[in-house]
Write a protein that binds this ligand. Structure first.
Ligand code: AMP
Length: 195
């Protein structure tokens, strides 16, 4: 059951208006499906757009923030719940603990850092939760091409590449996440990547 979905996305809105439109659609969809949105707790960029959209549909939204950022007054003040933690590492760990699955929307290095950490933990077998990308207007295409090159060069198993669910449709992405079965292939540190 994907009761709580963690969304990683830009603290900026980006250039393409489709990013905000999709973030709003996704927030509304989560709320209408009765799912909790877990996110970084901020009131800027796409983060604000998705939180506001979920709240406007009566959804439950939980923010997880480091106290340093709360002090800078970027915390959203109308969330269902705001959890405050001392470090960025604890923040990512708490977002992961509170969530049944993870979705990255367009964003910058903060978004990528969060997604890649979840992916790395999954590759090592620390969790079996689904994670994916909402590929709005092909935003992630260059990154996906690069990741294929990483697998082609045998730095990643193709099964581990396929863990990442990529879709341009929010509802379909959630359906695929609900049906997700992680591969039973632990990554042996220092081992041969031939798959
Ligand atoms: P970025 O993609 O670099 O804009 O960073 C966005 C991601 O990093 C979000 O998913 C947040 O969890 C975190 N983040 C970055 N900036 C903020 C902020 N001002 N408030 C809360 N979280 C932030």
């Amino acid at each position: 059951m994907l009761t709580s979905i963690c969304v990683f996305c830009g603290s900026s809105a980006g250039k393409n208006p489709a990013f905000s439109q999709t973030a709003a659609r996704f927030g509304e969809l989560l709320a209408r499906n009765g799912r909790t949105l877990v996110y970084g707790g901020s009131n800027v960029g796409l983060m604000k757009v998705i939180a506001d959209a979920a709240l406007s549909e009566g959804g439950r939204v939980v923010g997880v923030m480091v106290d340093y950022l709360v002090g800078k007054e970027v915390a959203h003040d109308a969330l269902s719940e705001l959890r405050i933690v001392p470090t960025m590492s604890e923040r990512k760990a708490l977002m992961a603990e509170l969530s049944d699955g993870f979705v990255a929307l367009p964003g910058g290095i903060g978004t990528l850092d969060e997604l890649f950490e979840i992916w790395t933990w999954s590759q090592l077998g620390f969790h079996r939760k689904p994670f994916g990308m909402l590929n709005v207007d092909g935003f992630f295409d260059p990154l996906i091409a690069y990741l294929k090159a990483v697998a082609d060069q045998r730095f990643m198993r193709s099964d581990h590449l396929e863990m990442l669910l990529v879709d341009d449709d929010p509802a379909r992405l959630l359906e695929r996440m609900a049906a997700y079965q992680p591969p039973d292939l632990p990554k042996w540190v220092g081992g041969d990547v031939s798959g």
